[in-house]
Ligand binder design. Structure first.
Ligand code: 4GY
Length: 213
C-alpha cells in the first residue's frame, strides 16, 4: 500500500512512521509512506497557502488552489488511490473502517491546519474521517492514528497473531479481553486462576465472558 500524506508539517510523521511496527511494515515493503508538502503548491513568491474566511471570523483557512494542486499531484502518482480528509466533521474512525481501508490499494490523506480549509476541497475527497469529537491544531496526529490502525491490519505486518482475534474486534462491538504475563503474583495481585489452568475451553469461556462487560 502506498500512503501519500498532504501536510504543511511532513517532519511530524518521520518519528512515528519510522518506529516499531510501522517502520517494519515499510522495511518489508508492505507499505510506502510519501510526504507531499502543501507549501510546495503555495501561491506566488511567498508560497501562500492560507487566506481569511469569506463572511468574516477568526483565523485563516487553507486556500483551495494549493489543496487541489497537491491532490492532483498525488493522483498523478496514483490515480486509483482513495482520498481521505481528516476532519472532526467526518465519520468517526472505527476498527471496521480501518479494516476496510487496509484492503485499499493506496491512500492519499489530507491534513488541514489553521482554523480550517476551503470547503470546496470536499468535492475531490472520497471520505471525511474523524478520530473523535474534539478539535486539534492540525490533521497530522489524526492521520498518524489512522495510518497506525490501518497498517497493522495489512497481512504480514503483525507476525504470529491470531487473525480471527482481530476479526472479532473489527465488528466494533467486541472488546479485547484482559491479559496477563509473568510474574504470577505482583504487588499482591494474582493472575486469574483459570489462565494458569491449561484448560483451553475454560480459558476461551472466561475471555468471552470478560468481553461482555
Ligand atoms: N478530531 N479528527 C481532527 C482534527 C484538526 C483545522 C482541519 C479530528 O480528524 N481530524 O481535529 N483536525 C483540524 C484543524 C483544520 C483539521
Amino acid at each position: 500500500m502506498k500512503i501519500q500524506v498532504i501536510t504543511l508539517f511532513p517532519e511530524m510523521f518521520k518519528p512515528v512512521l519510522e518506529t516499531s511496527m510501522l517502520f517494519k511494515a515499510k522495511d518489508k515493503k508492505l507499505v510506502e509512506y510519501l510526504y507531499i508538502n502543501l507549501r510546495d503548491f503555495g501561491l506566488g513568491n511567498r508560497k501562500t497557502v492560507d487566506d481569511t474566511p469569506y463572511g468574516g471570523g477568526d483565523g485563516m483557512l487553507l486556500k483551495p488552489e494549493p489543496l487541489f494542486a497537491a491532490v492532483e499531484y498525488a493522483k498523478e502518482q496514483d490515480s486509483k488511490a482513495k482520498v481521505i480528509l481528516m476532519t472532526p466533521r467526518g465519520k468517526t474512525l472505527t476498527q471496521a473502517m480501518s479494516k476496510k481501508l487496509s484492503k485499499e490499494k493506496d491512500l492519499i490523506i489530507i491534513c488541514g491546519r489553521y482554523e480550517g480549509y476551503d470547503e470546496r476541497i470536499a468535492s475531490i475527497v472520497d471520505e471525511q474521517v474523524s478520530i473523535g469529537e474534539y478539535v486539534l491544531t492540525g490533521g497530522e496526529l489524526p492521520a498518524m492514528i489512522l495510518i497506525d490502525s490501518v497498517v497493522r491490519l495489512i497481512p504480514g505486518v503483525l507476525g504470529g497473531e491470531n487473525s480471527a482475534e482481530i476479526e472479532s474486534f473489527s465488528d466494533g462491538k467486541t472488546k479485547e479481553f484482559p491479559q496477563y504475563t509473568r510474574p504470577e503474583k505482583f504487588k499482591g495481585m494474582k493472575v486469574p486462576e483459570v489462565l494458569l489452568s491449561g484448560n483451553h475451553g475454560e480459558i476461551a469461556k472466561w475471555r468471552k465472558n470478560q468481553q461482555k462487560n
